[in-house]
Design a protein around this ligand. Structure first.
Ligand code: SF4
Length: 251
C-alpha cells in the first residue's frame, strides 16, 4: 500500500476516488484559478480592499487594521483584549503557514490543544486536517495557510458568539488581504457563515463554490465533526475534489 492509498483508507475513502494528475497540479497551484461558475468569481479581485460597512464594529476594526503588515498584525492579535474570549484563553492563536499561500483553510476557533500550543489545528482534528491536505497533494506550511475565525479559545469549546466573531473577524479579513489566496476552504458551519455573512445550514452551503470578495470559497465539514461522524468523510472528500476542480477552472 502506498502513502496515498494509506491516506485514503484513513479517510474511509479508498478506493472511491483517484486524484487526476491535472487536479494534483491545480492543488499545488500550478493551474489557472478561474472557476467558471454562475457566481463569476474573478481571481484578480482577490486583491481588492474590503468594502466599508459604515458604522459597524467590523468596519471600525477594518479601518484600524487597514494597511497593516504581518508583524504589526501579529503584535496586535497577541495583545488583543477586544472581546471576552481573551480572559479565558492561554494565548491567542494567530494562524500558521505560507503567508503567500494559494490555499487558505479556516476553522472556527482554537480548541484545548491549539490554546496550549498556539497553533491552529493540532491534536486529532489537526492530524485529520493534515491527512485531508495530503490527500489533495497539499501540506501544512507549503502553499497552505490555516487560521480560525476567532483567535482565542471559546470556553468549553462552545461556538464563538456573534459579538466575538464581530470583534475578531477583521483580523482574519486583513490576513486574507495579505495572503491573497486563490481558494478558501471554510471548515464547518461557523466559519462558513462568518465568512459568507450568512446564517445557513452547512448542507445548504456545501456542493458549490461561493464568492468571498472575489476569492472562491468551498464549504466542508470541520475535522472535529468528522472525527465524531466518520461516515461524513466521503462528503468531505467530495468537497475537497470540488475545491481542486474549482482551482483548476473545471467547474
Ligand atoms: Fe481579540 Fe479575537 Fe481574542 Fe477576541 S478572540 S480577544 S477579538 S484576538
Amino acid at each position: 500500500m502506498d502513502r496515498r492509498e494509506a491516506l485514503l483508507r484513513e479517510l474511509n475513502l479508498y478506493p472511491q476516488w483517484k486524484l487526476r494528475a491535472r487536479s494534483a497540479r491545480a492543488a499545488q497551484g500550478g493551474a489557472a484559478s478561474v472557476p467558471v461558475t454562475a457566481e463569476a468569481i474573478a481571481p484578480a479581485a482577490a486583491a481588492q480592499k474590503m468594502p466599508p460597512d459604515s458604522g459597524s464594529p467590523i468596519a471600525k476594526r477594518q479601518a484600524e487594521l487597514d494597511g497593516l503588515g504581518w508583524t504589526e498584525m501579529k503584535r496586535l492579535v497577541r495583545d488583543c483584549t477586544a472581546c471576552k474570549l481573551r480572559a479565558g484563553c492561554t494565548q491567542t492563536v494567530f494562524g500558521v503557514g505560507d503567508e503567500k499561500a494559494g490555499w487558505l483553510f479556516v476553522g472556527e476557533g482554537p480548541g484545548a490543544d491549539e490554546d496550549a500550543q498556539g497553533e491552529p489545528f493540532v491534536g486529532q482534528a489537526g492530524k485529520l486536517l493534515d491527512n485531508m491536505l495530503m490527500a489533495i497533494n497539499l501540506k501544512r506550511g507549503t502553499n497552505v495557510y490555516i487560521a480560525n475565525i476567532v483567535k482565542c479559545r471559546p470556553p468549553g469549546n462552545r461556538n464563538p458568539e456573534a459579538d466575538e466573531i464581530a470583534a475578531c473577524l477583521p483580523y482574519l479579513q486583513r490576513q486574507i488581504e495579505l495572503i491573497r489566496p486563490r481558494m478558501i476552504v471554510a471548515l464547518g458551519k461557523v466559519a462558513s457563515n462568518a465568512l459568507l455573512g450568512r446564517d445557513a445550514t452547512l448542507a445548504s452551503l456545501r456542493g458549490k463554490p461561493h464568492d468571498y470578495r472575489g476569492i472562491p470559497l468551498i464549504v466542508t465539514y470541520h475535522p472535529a465533526y468528522l472525527l465524531r461522524s466518520p461516515m461524513e468523510k466521503a462528503k468531505a472528500w467530495q468537497d475537497l475534489k470540488l475545491a481542486v476542480k474549482t482551482m483548476e477552472g473545471g467547474m
